[in-house]
Design a protein around this ligand. Sequence first.
Ligand SMILES: Cc1ncc(COP(=O)(O)O)c(C=O)c1O
Length: 395
Amino acid sequence: MDVTETFQISPANRMTGLPTQFFAGLVRKANAQTAKGRDVINLGQGNPDRPTPEHIVAALQEAAPNPLYHRYPPFSGYPFLKQAVAQRYKEDYGVELDPEKEVAILFGGKTGLIEISQCLLNPGDICLVPDPGYPDYWSGVALAGGRMEYMPLTADNAFLPDYDRVKTDIADKAKLMFINYPNNPTGATADPAFYSRTVEFAAKHGIVVASDFAYGAIGFDGKQPVSFLQTPGAKEVGVEFYTLSKTYNMAGWRVGFALGNPEIISLINLIQDHYYCSLFGGIQAAAAEALTGPQQCVTDLTSAYESRRNALFEAMNEIGWQVAKPSGSFFCWLPVPKGHTSASFSDYVLEHADVVLAPGIGFGTHGESYVRLGLLAPEERLQEAIHRIGKLNLF
Ligand SMILES: Cc1ncc(COP(=O)(O)O)c(C=O)c1O
């Protein structure tokens, strides 16, 4: 029987309502340029370029043959890994976490950022998101059928949301909000005063705070980024998402955590009981080694990004591209020259300089007139990229 004409797959509304993947087009264009044999310098993505430290890889090699790990792991993961992340938070931030009640293990931070919307939002509920912001927040809100209200991040407010500008009726209706410092895409960091304002705003309006601390280890000029959970009252109103992807160059390993408010942690564990059965035990063992083993690799990584940042800004200065340096994350948020939009400038530098930059508009309307550059190539390549752009005489 030939059913090809009568049988149709019709996706659920939640699939057709997903936001479009803006950066897929950029990847296609970059690949097309590479296929022409051009020497493309890709600074448009956020994929750490250095390998995972050897002692962490060795821990996986040692754990992989252990038959215990070949069986199903406990649903919410091994206690030793929850203890390891609690210990790291205690040492680095002075934050006390109950490993069993205040820690959830995630398949990378991304998973938790999507799950929290599903745990807390009913269709039509409002979620406050930063603009520009990391597009995964939108995906989670869309899957939950929620509604987004944007908090603009602008240079005149140090790329922090201004809570006085959120209308009271919106704030009163909002159930969830995302903040993210060190910030993707702007490279801004937050101070304790900002987090205190956040707790106050959230408590006043009954909004759960989701603090995305993916770049928590990457702060420059001698300043360690502050964790939201260091703020008095933070655990009462929210959770923080942490990941090993950036701190230990483990993006491919998919290990992240939700930390903080026990009620929210139990909701995240509950939804995960339905989706998954935690990560492979060997990965959990290696993740625990990352968190409890020597931390020199983290210091070295941060200083490597700082040297790259400095080399890049030296080259930018030479060509007259003026902008303040980022204080954290591995992103630089750079204004486009006059006469260009973020997309036209990205297209132009790809075509004429073989350099990939992410157009700011892909992160929200307030990203227009900026491009995001990732410090994810050696210093010489970063400088080469800027020299090529300099030759276009746009600045
Ligand atoms: C702001 C931000 N949050 C979260 C993540 C998620 O990281 P992962 O899913 O690898 O833990 C990323 C990754 O690029 C990010 O940039």
